[in-house]
Design a binder for this molecule. Sequence first.
Ligand code: ATP
Ligand code: MG
Length: 261
Amino acid sequence: MNNHIIVIKIGGSTLGQHDTTMQDLVELQKQGIPAVVIHGGGKTITEWLGKLSSDTKFVHGERVTDRTGLEVATAVLAGVVNKDLVANLNFIGGKAIGISGVDGCLLTAKVKNPDLGFVGNIEKVNIELLKTLMEAGYIPVISSVSYNSAVKPGNGPLLLNVNADVAAGEIAAALKAEKLVFLTDIAGVCDKDGRVLATLDVQAAEALIASGVVTSGMIPKIRSGIRASQVTGKARIIDGRRPHALLNEIQSSQGGTTIYK
Ligand SMILES: Nc1ncnc2c1ncn2[C@@H]1O[C@H](COP(=O)(O)OP(=O)(O)OP(=O)(O)O)[C@@H](O)[C@H]1O
Ligand SMILES: [Mg+2]
């Protein structure tokens, strides 16, 4: 197995417009480029919580996960969203397998901050499992619901909700991936005037967060990009709504924002 692994985070925000991303993933597979996919699905979780008349609370752009929220996040991310992606990939000739962070203890986590409820920080990534799947020719498609190692059975759920951007950053770092690519629903990280920033280093990124220019879902994306870039050299945040955004990124890396360590 070579180490030219590409880790791709597909934003839930771009799901539904993902037709060419699925084609691009199958094309990468045909070209022998190993890819690992992590997907979000925050909007679908919010929709399902709405159907169940349960509110969604956010603190600093991060979802607060109560027990119902954890069950819905597990059902939606590891079920509805994950299986839809895998079915789509298989349908167009890909060879994909859907797993969550719980399966094979892929992602082991601990409670991050009790104020956020059942939300975890990743402690360990089981890369052997991913390597085994890739060696067998599968694209692993991962939902970030994780295994809670720090709770005694009977003392609470053994599952934790982990932000998918955070999971993507940790997986890319653990695999020493060649590149981490975030496909999202905006052209890149924008400055205070709404212009896309071509590059960001750690200081510039933290300044944008501190000044409130970067908010909500872009915060964990940038921090995870910084985390991954410590190992991978760089991370990319690009517009996943553009046709063939992923293939274009692999071929020429134009547009979007590059995060350096
Ligand atoms: N400075 C900024 N530049 C660009 N986007 C920003 C900025 N600050 C906040 N954002 C928001 O971040 C959003 C992208 O993060 P979001 O979490 O919504 O999407 P995602 O991570 O791709 O999807 P999901 O969370 O479902 O996986 C953008 O649509 C934008 O509204
Ligand atoms: Mg997000």
